[in-house]
Design a protein around this ligand. Structure first.
Ligand code: DNO
Length: 349
């Protein structure tokens, strides 16, 4: 398997020079961030990332993410133009060496948390979602600004989107997923790339928005819509793992054995009694997931894709993009390397 690290480009306070010093590090996960969703990425921008990585002995072969627009998810008239542009972005990325493209199908909001800097007794901070902090909030009435929510929407636009998704419902969302996959997967196949679907985070409806990438039955359904290795998963242990109903090691074993995991996001999460959750350090005893059982499942099924240490805590006084500091992710990476080695796995460099 291949060790990867997310890098937000030149504006990221974390430098490629530092990322390359993490033992076993090979791949950079990045994206073109200055083009609005639905538009085409300039080739020079993609090449620029690839060149910057190559200059540090790293490979830019994973994109996270090419965003799927609300127009595509809602099935609005502009979707065909957005899907055409999406396909063009796949072709362009593949031309510069990208082999894996991460995306999600979450309506309106990507991950949802209620606080991004919750202090732990040891002085570190991390992202949390406490039901207590969400209760009673109604996005159709209240002015809600949860941390991490896309600032480009006005409160009014958010309300309209929530209404539109309410009308669409899960059945409509599935139809739009099918429409998208049937057009995009053949393009990925033809240029030797795989699409890696990130699960919904958290994996249950928030504010009544339909969310379907949540559990094994729905992952099975998603993968069967286009039964091709190019229609694969970015299996995020922390996202699926904040629902106690998901048995993560078993899911990893199943989809990896079927060669339908392209990319692993590896992190731990601590589920609290009321279903709230806290992002914890990667170490198994720090959270609710058995990280060794997850890595063992990957090794035993011959996983050959990419893995990255997902979200770290903020430790040692580091400040920066929540979840994406250097120190704790580097500790996570080293820990994962240890688990892989102890389970007899290989890290490709
Ligand atoms: C959070 C990330 C997600 C992920 C997207 C993929 O830190 O794991 O934002 O990149 O959902 O499209």
């Amino acid at each position: 398997m291949k060790s990867a690290f997310r890098w937000y480009g030149e504006s990221d306070p974390i430098r490629l020079e530092h990322i390359r010093q993490i033992p076993g590090m090979r791949s950079i996960v990045s994206a073109v961030y200055d083009v609005p969703p639905g538009e085409v990425w300039p080739e020079e921008s993609i090449q620029h990332i690839a060149d910057a990585c190559a200059a540090q002995g790293l490979v830019f072969d994973v994109v996270e993410s090419i965003p799927v627009t609300e127009e595509i998810k809602l099935g609005l008239p502009e979707r065909d133009r957005h899907i055409e542009n999406y396909c063009e972005n796949i072709r362009r990325c593949a031309k510069y060496g990208v082999k894996c493209i991460t995306y999600n199908f979450m309506p309106v909001f990507d991950w949802t948390r209620t606080q991004l800097d919750r202090p732990s007794p040891d002085g570190s901070t991390s992202l949390v979602m406490y039901w207590e902090q969400l209760k009673g909030l109604d996005p159709l009435k209240d002015d809600i600004h949860l941390p991490g929510w896309d600032q480009s929407y006005s409160q009014q636009e958010v309300r309209e989107l929530i209404r539109a998704y309410g009308e669409l419902g899960e059945a409509g969302l599935w139809k739009n997923i099918e429409y998208f996959l049937k057009r995009v997967i053949p393009v990925a196949e033809s240029c030797g790339a795989v699409m890696a679907l990130h699960p919904d985070d958290p994996p249950y409806p928030i504010f009544g928005l339909p969310r379907v990438v949540t559990c094994e039955a729905n992952l099975d359904r998603y993968l069967s819509i286009v039964d091709s290795p190019a229609n694969s998963l970015c299996l995020c242990t922390g996202s699926l793992g904040c629902s106690a109903k998901n048995h993560i090691p078993a899911m990893v074993r199943k989809y990896s054995a079927k060669k339908r995991i392209a990319f692993m996001h590896l992190r731990n999460v601590k589920i609290l009694e009321d279903g709230s959750f806290e992002e914890s350090g990667h170490w198994t005893p720090a959270g609710s997931l058995d990280m060794n059982a997850i890595v063992k499942a990957l090794v035993e099924t011959g996983f050959e894709g990419w893995f990255r240490p997902d979200h770290g805590r903020m430790i040692w006084g580091e400040t920066g993009k929540p979840g994406y500091g250097l120190y704790d992710r580097a500790l996570g990476s080293a820990y994962l390397n240890g688990l892989i080695e102890a389970n007899g796995g290989q890290i490709e460099t």
